[in-house]
Design a protein around this ligand. Structure first.
Ligand code: SF4
Length: 463
C-alpha cells in the first residue's frame, strides 16, 4: 500500500499575490486597546491586512493582560483554542503580546502553540518575528525601553463607532505600587512628545472623531522636558493644548494618581468646557495603614483632601475609582475604613477587585497573601453592594436634569435608541429622533438604574 505523502508541506509560504491576513485579539486595559491599534499600523505597513475573523487569519496575535491571575487564565484558554485552529490550519502563526508576554517570556513557547512572544516595547520587531516564524524559527523579544513611545506611528483605529478614540500620551510607570505588575511588564515611565500627540488629535478631528481620551498609567506625571527657550510641558499644559485644538472636541483622560493630582490640572479642567467633568482617581483602600503597605504614596487624609479640592474647583465633577479588597494583612477594621471612605467620597462608580497576588511584585516577595479567599470575596461583595447603592443615588440626583450627551451609537437594546455619555462619563440612553452617532444631543433625564441614565431629547440644557 503506497505511503500517503502530505503534499501541503511542499507548499511555498503564503503566495506573494495575496497579502497575509492578521487577526488581533485584545485583553485588559485601555492601554492595551491603544497598543493593538499601534500593532495593526505596524503590520499594515509590513503588508498585512487586518481581519476580524480568526478563521480567515494567517497570523493570530493576542494582546494580553497580567494585572490579575484570572486575566492570564483567560489567555491560556484562548491559546488552547488557537492550538486546535493550528491543527486545522498548519502554518498558522500564533503570537503573544502585552504584559503576559513580558512577564512569562520564553515560557510561553513551551506548549508549541506559540511561535513568537513580543513585549509592549517590542512591537516594531513584529514583522521580522512573524517572518522568522513563517520559516519555522520561534522568537522572543521582551526588551523594555526607556525611549519607546511609538510616537511616530498613526494607530489603526479598531473602534467601530468613529466617535471616540484613545490617544496614548505616555508609557510605563515609576510608582511601583506593591501589588502591581505594570512597572515590570511596561517598564519605566516616559512621556511622548506633545507635538506628536497634537498631530494625532488633529488627524482624529479631521476624520470626524468627537472625543479623545488621553491615556497613561499615571497621566498626572506626564512631562515633556523643556526644549530650548520653551517651558516644560506638564500634564495641565498638555490638557490645555489638546482642549484648544477644537472646542467641539471632548477631552477625557485616564488614569490619574492621587499623589500627583495637583491644582493646575483642576483649574485647567474648570477653565475649558470641552474637558470633561470626570476624574478617575483610584483609591484602592480607605485605610492609611494599608495604603502605606501598598506603597501608594498617600494617606486617607491626603486623598480626601484632594477630593475636597476637586469638588471645590469643579463642583459638578464626577469621581470614579478603583478598590482592592483583601490586600495582605487587611483587617475587618481596615475594610470598614474602605467602606466609610466610599460613603464619604460618594463615588459615582468604581472598578472593584479581590487582591490577586502577582509574581515578582513587592507584595509577592515580602508579604504573605494572608486574607482567606472567602473573606476577600465577602468584603468585595460588600464593597460592590455599597457602590451600587452610591451609583444609584448619584444617578437619581441627575433625574430631571438636562445634559449634553455625545451619541456613540445604537443602544444595545434597540436601534430606535442611541447611547452615549454625559460630560461626567455617565452612560445615557435616549430615543434616536433625528440624531446619529457623533451628535451632541440635549437629553432630559427621566429615570435611571445604578449603571445607566435614561432620558428624552429636549430643546434646552442646564449644564
Ligand atoms: S500607579 Fe501603581 S497601580 Fe498604577 S500602574 Fe503604576 S504601579 Fe501600577
Amino acid at each position: 500500500m503506497k505511503k500517503e505523502i502530505d503534499y501541503t508541506r511542499f507548499n511555498s509560504p503564503v503566495t506573494p499575490n495575496r497579502s497575509r491576513r492578521l487577526y488581533i485579539e485584545t485583553y485588559g486595559c485601555q492601554m492595551n486597546v491603544s497598543d493593538s491599534e499601534v500593532v495593526a499600523a505596524i503590520m499594515q505597513q509590513a503588508g498585512f491586512t487586518i481581519t476580524d475573523h480568526m478563521a480567515d487569519a494567517d497570523v493570530v496575535l493576542i494582546n494580553t493582560c497580567s494585572v490579575r491571575d484570572n486575566a492570564e487564565q483567560r489567555v491560556r484558554g484562548r491559546l488552547d483554542l488557537f492550538r486546535l485552529q493550528k491543527q486545522r490550519m498548519p502554518g498558522l502563526i500564533v503570537g503573544v503580546l502585552g504584559c503576559m508576554a513580558e512577564r512569562l517570556k520564553e515560557q510561553l513557547l513551551e506548549n508549541g502553540t506559540v511561535d513568537l512572544v513580543a513585549g509592549p516595547d517590542a512591537y516594531r520587531t513584529l514583522p521580522q518575528l512573524v517572518h522568522n516564524a513563517e520559516s519555522g524559527q520561534q522568537g522572543v523579544n521582551t526588551l523594555l525601553s526607556r525611549e519607546e513611545t511609538y510616537a511616530d506611528i498613526s494607530p489603526v483605529r479598531t473602534d467601530k463607532n468613529g466617535v471616540t478614540a484613545f490617544v496614548s500620551i505616555m508609557r510605563g510607570c515609576n510608582n511601583v505600587c506593591a501589588y502591581c505588575v505594570v512597572p515590570y511588564t511596561r517598564g519605566a515611565e516616559r512621556s511622548r512628545p506633545s507635538e506628536t500627540i497634537l498631530r494625532e488629535v488633529r488627524t482624529l478631528l479631521q476624520n470626524g472623531y468627537r472625543e479623545v481620551t488621553l491615556l497613561g498609567q499615571n497621566v498626572n506625571s506626564y512631562c515633556e522636558p523643556a526644549a530650548a527657550e520653551s517651558k516644560t510641558i506638564t500634564f495641565a499644559r498638555l490638557l490645555e493644548r489638546v482642549a484648544l485644538e477644537d472646542p467641539s472636541l471632548r477631552v477625557r483622560f485616564s488614569t490619574s494618581h492621587p499623589k500627583d493630582m495637583h491644582n493646575d490640572v483642576l483649574y485647567t479642567i474648570a477653565m475649558y468646557p470641552n474637558i470633561c467633568n470626570h476624574i478617575h482617581l483610584p483609591v484602592q483602600s480607605g485605610s492609611s495603614r494599608i495604603l502605606e503597605k501598598m506603597r501608594r504614596g498617600y494617606s486617607r487624609e491626603h486623598y480626601m483632601e484632594r477630593l475636597a479640592k476637586i469638588r471645590e474647583i469643579i463642583p459638578e465633577c464626577a469621581i470614579t475609582t478603583d478598590i482592592i479588597a483583601g490586600f495582605c494583612s487587611e483587617t475587618d477594621d481596615d475594610h470598614a475604613q474602605t467602606l466609610s471612605l466610599m460613603r464619604e467620597a460618594e463615588y459615582d462608580a468604581a472598578f472593584m477587585f479581590r487582591y490577586s497576588e502577582r509574581p515578582g511584585t513587592k507584595a509577592a516577595r515580602h508579604y504573605p497573601d494572608d486574607v482567606p479567599t472567602e473573606i476577600k470575596t465577602r468584603r468585595l461583595n460588600e464593597i460592590i453592594a455599597l457602590q451600587n447603592q452610591l451609583s444609584l443615588e448619584s444617578n437619581r440626583r441627575d433625574v430631571g436634569k438636562i445634559f449634553i450627551v455625545l451619541a456613540e451609537g445604537n443602544s444595545k437594546r434597540s436601534d430606535a435608541f442611541l447611547f452615549g455619555r454625559t460630560s461626567h462619563n455617565k452612560v445615557t440612553v435616549f430615543p434616536k429622533a433625528k440624531f446619529k452617532a457623533g451628535d451632541y444631543v440635549p437629553v432630559k433625564i427621566t429615570t435611571c438604574t445604578s449603571a445607566t441614565l435614561i432620558g428624552e431629547v429636549t430643546g434646552m440644557n442646564n449644564e
